[in-house]
Design a protein around this ligand. Structure first.
Ligand SMILES: CC(C)(COP(=O)(O)OP(=O)(O)OC[C@H]1O[C@@H](n2cnc3c(N)ncnc32)[C@H](O)[C@@H]1OP(=O)(O)O)[C@@H](O)C(=O)NCCC(=O)NCCS
Length: 213
């Protein structure tokens, strides 16, 4: 498997110059910003900066992926999915994503996330990936579950999900995920990339999940 990723209905590729208008429409929509906290560009200059950082980014910085979700039938840009090195020991990488409101509830986020998780795990050898969402973000929680992630211990404000679900038959009374987290947290810290543009994709802000500061 290699980039671009091709799913049943989508093509997932690095950003290109002609994405500017569509990404501006996406990122400046308050319905996208609603659950993103302070992550991501919020105006056209911010989108310009984001795009300049990632144009032609494929293969140059192994610490992250910025995927533009395009519909195969007409090349329409329907959303964005960014994955990169996690600053939290919960897993090696984490991610954020957004689908434009006019394209929601078509299963696009689920389809894209499923393909990207598989790609990162099998082709990039990223062992573990986590995601989280606001407690109220039922759509995002549903996407992560549908994409094959396993829900784990929440924080007071967010729900968290792991990939792969990694069942451990020796976990005794603990859930498989709790057992797995214990193992993961006691492991040596993973090396973090310090090269190139900030992995998360938004310049000057180190990669972290939208809900992580
Ligand atoms: C989260 C988001 C990316 C989902 O995109 P999408 O393409 O609509 O997602 P999908 O269509 O793949 O799946 C959404 C699922 O949630 C369900 N859903 C949507 N709103 C829901 C709600 N309020 N309660 C319960 N389920 C809901 C849909 O019915 C769908 O389920 P289904 O696949 O069983 O039909 C999109 O809503 C979005 O961009 N939100 C704003 C940004 C954001 O929250 N990003 C994630 C930050 S953690």
């Amino acid at each position: 498997m290699s980039l671009p990723l091709v799913t049943e209905r989508l093509l997932l590729r690095w950003p290109i110059e002609s994405d500017f208008t569509d990404l501006s429409t996406l990122w400046t929509d308050p319905r996208v910003a609603q659950f993103m906290d302070d992550y991501g560009p919020r105006d056209e200059p911010g989108v310009r900066q984001w795009l300049d950082t990632h144009l032609g980014g494929g293969g140059q910085d192994p610490s992250h992926l910025q995927l533009i979700l395009t519909r195969r039938t007409d090349s329409a840009v329907v959303g964005w999915l960014g994955l990169g090195t996690s600053q939290d020991p919960l897993a090696d990488w984490n991610f954020g994503y957004a689908v434009h409101p006019s394209h929601r509830a078509n299963g696009y986020a689920t389809e894209a996330l499923k393909a990207a998780l598989t790609y990162c795990h099998t082709s990039l050898s990223i062992n573990t990936i986590w995601g989280e969402c606001h407690q109220a973000n039922k759509a995002s929680a549903h996407v992560m579950t549908s994409a094959g992630m396993q829900e784990t211990t929440p924080t007071p404000t967010s729900r968290r999900f792991l990939y792969p679900p990694t069942p451990d038959p020796r976990s005794g009374s603990r859930t498989h995920t709790e057992s797995w987290i214990t193992v993961k947290n006691s492991a040596q810290p993973q090396p973090k990339s310090t090269n190139g543009p900030t992995p998360g994709g938004f310049p000057l802000v180190a990669w972290r999940h939208p809900l992580r500061r």
